[in-house]
Design a protein around this ligand. Sequence first.
Ligand SMILES: NC(=O)c1ccc[n+]([C@@H]2O[C@H](COP(=O)([O-])OP(=O)(O)OC[C@H]3O[C@@H](n4cnc5c(N)ncnc54)[C@H](O)[C@@H]3O)[C@@H](O)[C@H]2O)c1
Length: 441
Amino acid sequence: MSTTRRHFLSAAAAGLAAPLMAQRRSANDNIQIALIGAGGMGSADVRSSLAVGGVKLVAVSDIYEGRLTRAKENWGSDLFTTRDYREVLARPDIDAVIIGTPDHWHQKISIDAMNAGKDVYCEKPMVQHVDDGKPVIEAARKTGRIIQVGSQRVSSIVYQKAKDLIQGGSIGQLNMVEAWWDRNSAIGAWQYSIPPDATPDNIDWDRFLGRAPKLPFEPVRLFRWRNYRDYGTGVAGDLFVHLFSGMHFVTGAIGPQRVYATGGLRFWKDGRDVPDVMLGLYDYAASDKHPAFNLSLRVNFVDGAGESSGFRFVGSEGILTIGNGVTVTKTPRESEPGYTIDTFPKAVQETFLKEYSDKYPKQKASADAIRPESEDKYLPPPGYSDHLDHHRNFIKAVRAHKPVIEDAVFGFRAAGPALLSNISVFEKRVCLWDPQTMTLS
Ligand SMILES: NC(=O)c1ccc[n+]([C@@H]2O[C@H](COP(=O)([O-])OP(=O)(O)OC[C@H]3O[C@@H](n4cnc5c(N)ncnc54)[C@H](O)[C@@H]3O)[C@@H](O)[C@H]2O)c1
């Protein structure tokens, strides 16, 4: 155990706020990582993390034996594997853990990991329930560990470009944002494969359930956990949260004050208890980063050619869209007076037009000044991966012990309104949220 790590553990044990401090690790040392939850995304996280370079995977934990076997097939038979993640956290040779479990385990494992002196990359959504958020923020503050949440858009050069353009005034004043995620396929709607060897012998069912209600062994609930509110967070926690994190990064917004969402289960009636269509409306108050604006979000599993997701940022002088890349379209502002003018007497028309043009002088859109024509469309280089960049940022932060953009506060400010959308749908109510204090009233 390094001197630095001992220092952090003792500070945490004393309950002191441990500020981020420089590690004494040399730039050539490998960062030793472990994976907890070795399914689809956890495995993808490991691949990106290893691709960063200077990273070694030493341990994997999963409650399904097949995924531990697969981890050894992928990353070597000398890998330490266990069904009990606490054995991973007890190892002094691990600097950071990636948490790729279902959502209902995110809070507990993140806090346990930070208390054990590990830095954490936790998949989104940071937490499953609104009440889970503040304890994670508090654990990060107390232990001084780094926690990065896995919404990779905040590390994307595409979103950085959108941020630069909007903050540079390319669409004038931001008035409204629309974002959507449409899917129309079984995989898109989370009908994931169930392995034929799924039995109580090779699955630690109680450890999967964790804090969820005790139920008899039923593999579909593990392998399609997103379909059940006991373990997942529905389309809002799964997909709205990506839209919130991307939009907050681009605009500098920290969250809505008012949340209203509606939805229902329309097509995929396979036993799931979460909607497959959800529509959300959000009011953002003005801040020093942006004017007041309205947001609408849509996720549906009933429409779309395969899958499509995007953003429209609607400003006073143009519209910026994010899809594969970023596009800015200038919208000439309508500056003619209303159509009833010719019903007024001639002299009144003239007075009206004079007053109108004094009040609304014709303006050359300021977008022209800052946006050369060549930047109308911005595409990332072929093969670009924001996921790789997100892991690169995490590993860099772990190595230097520097803060990350998507820390627990950012992560909770993205997860919070997504989770409120669920409350709004299930309890049929409008939710009022204080995005500064992250409190539901
Ligand atoms: N950032 C992204 O773009 C992105 C994409 C997909 C999924 N995700 C997130 O990643 C997480 C995992 O999703 P997934 O699609 O990989 O699910 P998955 O079902 O493929 O993998 C989850 C794994 O966790 C294991 N597990 C369950 N309880 C555990 C426990 N207590 N200890 C250890 N392992 C446990 C399961 O056996 C399974 O192997 C989710 O939170 C999801 O929202 C993020």
